[in-house]
Design a protein around this ligand. Structure first.
Ligand code: SAH
Length: 713
């Protein structure tokens, strides 16, 4: 290994004290009088670049980088999580010069990777819910967290990262049960083995930069809308732009769109155009409706006068506006409906001309955003590589293609190794844990901070001593904070989660063990897909769902309500269902928007894989807040203002195994009923407290006109 690769990371020079991860369990013991303390990293660098071998040799493995590369998972634990949990470990035979597998529980040994049909494996579980004796596991999980011996055993059972034989160098994180997630549930999702992906590992300095740039982009977007169209940027449209662009982006930045074709984003274009000439809303009172009609007319006239349009268009718009003004003069006491009808008529007449007049300029806003984002991503990538090179990492290690075989799905592995991250300060303020890098503090509920610790312990392969934990947790929190946006509550609608009882029923009755849309902050299961490969991978993410190709398993999908992403999701699920003959099932929850219907809704209603659909009516169910990791418990649930449609998309084997029988569907619908509330009443709240009356999960007006439909194939 060359000298540069052995250079210690920046934090190696800091005062080294071990980080006490028991802090949140005994606050009094860990909080010095100042209520602030700094987490330090352990003194010696972690053994990056030295795959651990029980025989003391460096060994090649199909999933490890080649020996010349600076890092790699240790081969003992270089196995899918479920095999590790069954007791399988991978070793190197010196004599045969090939790997072999040994089961520490049953004393079996094998030359080939143990078959997936080994006793106890999820495939033998008729509901696909679990392989472990849940009762036994629950008892163990509920043991006192101070039982060190017990904790160690739990860590070994669940962890992929720390070598079981060196507990003293690993951090002890008990996997404790929570009412908000269930990490005892193992996955029944199988996919074809995949190799590490070429994505750069997170760096606080880069995340800091990316966040500043993204915030500036948001401001530029608002300014462009104002200066060119005289509009406030449509609410959340920047966030939906990010979502939509990611469906087609071929660039390398995890957040910022950088290689998209077409460059004009359909969602950004659509949302700006729909606010031209003014933003419309649903009025409650006649006076509001009258005012809105007047405003629209004025704005339409002004706009058509100031734009370069054909005289024909100008004449038509002006005539319609004048007609509306005289109607308004003659109708002083019209009803909301009458004003709205008149507005609809005016829109129909003027809309196409106003759109024509604005088309060029709105497209130029979209193009400008695309260009700025692309330039920013390039700058960020250059800086990222600069930092990596300073640590002796100069290129992407080579990985052989893995064998073509089905394995239980495991978290994304990054091909490029991660250097030691710089120092991140840690403090506790009441219920909040605060992580600070430079001048930027990320706050998270201490319960969710513990959740991150547990996910890291369960999934992270390259950091058994948690040397990089705080740095990575800060990057993750910063990424989501940046993704949410700058205003209070912004972005949280795109992160709203299903209630806990719904997940419980999905698991117990439909064998669901996996969320297709999640984050480390809102996941219920420990296996899930999420928006970001890089920051989320250490916390168990299987990556963005459109890049995830399961061949079997039972999945829940509650996508962020962005039209393009939802439609791409349907394409993806249908293609997966089409290709697999193993049991495969997706239970998808989307809003019931029928005015006009979203492409995803239309597609699923007509899907040949649809076994059933059912409606959970508007205002009769709740979502969990997208800010569940920062909000207080009384803000946790909010009432859905739109109906939610559940679709059961299953192939034949999936239908046979997890089909929507009447009993199961009833259990699911019951689970949506807010606790302490009967269907139809609007007063429910959960044990966690009341709900707020937030207008909507996903910032779009809803229509809840359709019947509860239960269409079976
Ligand atoms: N897991 C919860 C909450 C879902 S909210 C549930 O299933 O009820 C939707 C989540 O999808 C958000 O956390 C969002 O960040 C995530 N997401 C966005 N784009 C994604 C993608 N391409 N793949 C997977 N998840 C994505």
């Amino acid at each position: 290994m060359d000298e540069a690769k052995q250079k210690p990371g920046p934090s190696d020079t800091a005062t080294d004290q071990p980080y006490n991860f028991m802090h949140h369990r005994s606050p009094a013991a860990i909080s010095p009088p100042t209520q602030s303390r700094t987490a330090m990293y352990q003194s010696s660098p972690s053994p990056q670049g030295q795959p651990f071998s029980p025989q003391g040799q460096n060994v090649p493995s199909p999933l490890s980088p080649q020996p010349s590369t600076p890092t790699g998972p240790d081969p003992v634990h270089d196995l899918p999580e479920e095999l590790l949990q069954m007791g399988w470990r991978k070793f190197w035979s010196k004599r045969e010069r090939r790997p072999y597998y040994y089961n520490k529980r049953t004393n079996e040994s094998m030359w080939d990777i143990p078959p997936l049909s080994s006793p106890g494996f999820v495939q033998n579980d008729p509901l696909g819910i679990n392989t472990v004796n849940r009762e036994q596991q629950d008892i163990r999980l509920s043991r006192n967290s101070l039982d060190i011996g017990q904790k160690r055993r739990l860590s070994e059972d669940h962890a992929m990262g720390p070598p079981a034989k060196k507990p003293s160098s690993g951090v002890q994180i008990p996997i404790v049960p929570s009412q908000y997630w269930d990490f005892a549930i193992n996955t029944n999702a199988l996919f074809m083995e995949r190799k590490p992906i070429n994505v750069l590992p997170p760096q606080p300095e880069i995340e800091y930069e990316r966040s500043n740039i993204c915030n500036r982009l948001r401001i530029s977007y608002a300014e462009l809308c104002k200066s060119r169209e005289g509009l406030d940027a449509p609410k959340e449209s920047f966030n939906r732009w990010l979502l939509e662009r990611k469906v087609i982006d071929k660039g390398n930045d995890p957040l910022l769109p950088s290689d998209c074709s077409p460059v004009v984003s359909p969602s950004m274009y659509r949302e700006i155009i729909s606010d031209i000439p003014v933003k419309l809303y649903r009025p409650k009172y006649a006076s509001e409706a009258r005012k809105q009609l007047f405003r629209y007319s004025e704005a339409a006239k002004k706009r058509i006068d100031s734009r370069n349009v054909s005289s024909e268009s100008r004449k038509l718009v002006k005539w319609n506006v004048e007609d509306t003004f005289s109607w308004l003069r003659s109708q002083q006491q019209a009803s909301v409906e009458e004003y709205q009808e008149r507005l609809g008529h005016l829109k129909e007449q003027c809309g196409p001309h106003l759109t024509d007049a604005a088309k060029h300029s709105v497209e130029s806003i979209c193009k400008k955003m695309n260009q700025m984002s692309r330039d920013a991503a390039k700058k960020i990538s250059e800086k990222h590589w600069e930092i990596l090179r300073e640590h002796g990492i100069t290129d992407v290690p080579y990985y052989r293609d893995p064998q073509h075989r089905k394995v239980p799905c495991y978290a994304v592995q990054l091909a490029v190794p991660s250097p030691r991250l710089p120092r991140v300060d840690y403090t506790v303020e009441g219920e909040l844990t605060c992580l600070k890098y430079k001048d930027q503090v990320c706050k998270v509920n201490s319960a969710h901070f513990q959740k991150l610790e547990q996910l890291y312990k369960l999934h992270c392969l390259d950091d058994p001593r948690f040397d990089n934990f705080l740095g990575r947790a800060w990057c993750l929190l910063k990424r989501y904070q940046t993704m949410f946006g700058l205003r209070t509550n912004e972005g949280s609608g795109l992160q709203g989660a299903l209630p806990i009882p719904v997940f419980q029923v999905l698991n117990r009755h439909f064998g669901v063990t996996f969320e297709c849309f999640a984050s480390p902050l809102n996941c219920y299961f420990k296996q899930y897909c999420s928006a970001f490969n890089d920051v989320d991978s250490y916390f168990g993410s299987r990556g963005p769902v459109l890049d995830f190709y399961p061949v079997s398993g039972s999945f829940e999908a509650n996508p962020p309500f962005g039209e393009e992403l939802m439609e791409a999701m349907v394409d993806h699920f249908e293609s997966l269902l089409d290709k697999s003959t193993d049991p495969l099932s997706f239970i998808v929850f989307i809003p019931e928007w029928r005015d006009p219907p979203t492409p995803a809704l239309v597609r699923m209603e007509a899907s040949r894989f649809k076994r059933k659909q059912c409606l959970i009516p508007a205002l009769e169910h709740e979502y969990r807040s997208g800010t569940q990791h920062t909000c207080s418990s009384h803000e946790l649930y909010y009432r859905a203002v739109h109906g939610t449609l559940a679709f059961f998309l299953q192939n034949d084997a999936g239908f046979e195994k997890w089909g929507p029988t009447p009993d199961r569907v009833k259990a699911l619908l019951d689970a949506f009923i807010p606790v302490g509330n009967e269907v139809g009443q609007n007063s429910g709240h959960r044990e966690s407290g009341g709900h707020n009356n937030s207008t909507g999960n996903h910032t779009k007006s809803s229509s809840s006109s359709s019947d509860v439909s239960a269409v079976s194939r």
